[in-house]
Design a protein around this ligand. Structure first.
Ligand code: COA
Length: 196
């Protein structure tokens, strides 16, 4: 690949690759990790079986328009990239595809959180969504109690669009669902440095 054509499935520190059937144990580890589960899943909070996490694997691989393992390069030159998380863009159903919007989801293993990898992967997936997939809007949602994710999404330029009040029951009380979105023109303005 020439220097003028960087690998489109790399960002500065990360590699994005398709999920393979051999990744099912990794997806189980990721999706059954308790804190990540609480922050990203609506299902009743309980230990997750491989049968339950297999549904996530099938969703990423068979339904999503983008469902990738977020990887670090292998340590040695010949080592395979090491998966540390997943990023996805939800399906565009054929009858709704003309609206050109999707929702993003992502999660990282705990040891790799708070190191900027989530931000880097989101920026990469936004670029893919707007420049490659030709989308118009990318939404992302966070539970009210996931304050870190909410702060991060606003920092990355997603606009707060609204809340669905007291829609989720968790830890003995009701919580809102918080919706953020980014339009292609907003993404381009940020990229061109016109908006901080
Ligand atoms: C949310 C998530 C994808 C963010 O990725 P990340 O790599 O941890 O975030 P970054 O390092 O790029 O950015 C750090 C910022 O994100 C926020 N953040 C969110 N979750 C965080 C976490 N678990 N650890 C540290 N920072 C977190 C912080 O506010 C931090 O902002 P600051 O640097 O101003 O303090 C990741 O933490 C994660 O997978 N969490 C568990 C699952 C989850 O919440 N998924 C999102 C569902 S909406």
């Amino acid at each position: 690949m020439s220097q003028n054509q960087p690998n489109p499935f790399h960002s500065s520190r990360l590699i994005y690759r398709a999920l393979e059937s051999t990744d099912e144990p990794f997806i189980h580890t990721l999706e059954s990790e308790p804190q990540g589960f609480i922050n990203s899943q609506l299902a009743l909070k309980k230990p997750q079986s491989t049968r339950e996490t297999k549904k996530h694997f099938e969703h990423y691989t068979e339904k999503c328009i983008l469902g990738c393992a977020i990887c670090l390069p292998g340590e040695g030159e010949n080592d395979a990239p090491k998966p540390i998380g997943v990023i996805c863009l939800e399906p565009l159903e054929p009858e709704n595809a003309h609206h050109r919007h999707t929702d993003m989801g992502l999660g990282l293993l705990p040891d790799y959180q708070g190191k900027g990898y989530g931000s880097e992967a989101i920026e990469w997936a936004l670029q893919w969504a707007f420049l490659d997939a030709g989308l118009h809007r990318v939404g992302i949602k966070a539970f009210q109690y996931n304050t870190g994710a909410r702060k991060l999404y606003e920092k990355l330029g997603f606009k707060l669009e609204g809340t669905a009040r007291e829609i989720w029951w968790h830890a003995g009380r009701w919580w809102d669902d918080v919706q953020f979105g980014m339009l292609e023109k907003e993404w381009r303005e940020r990229r061109e440095g016109r908006v901080e």
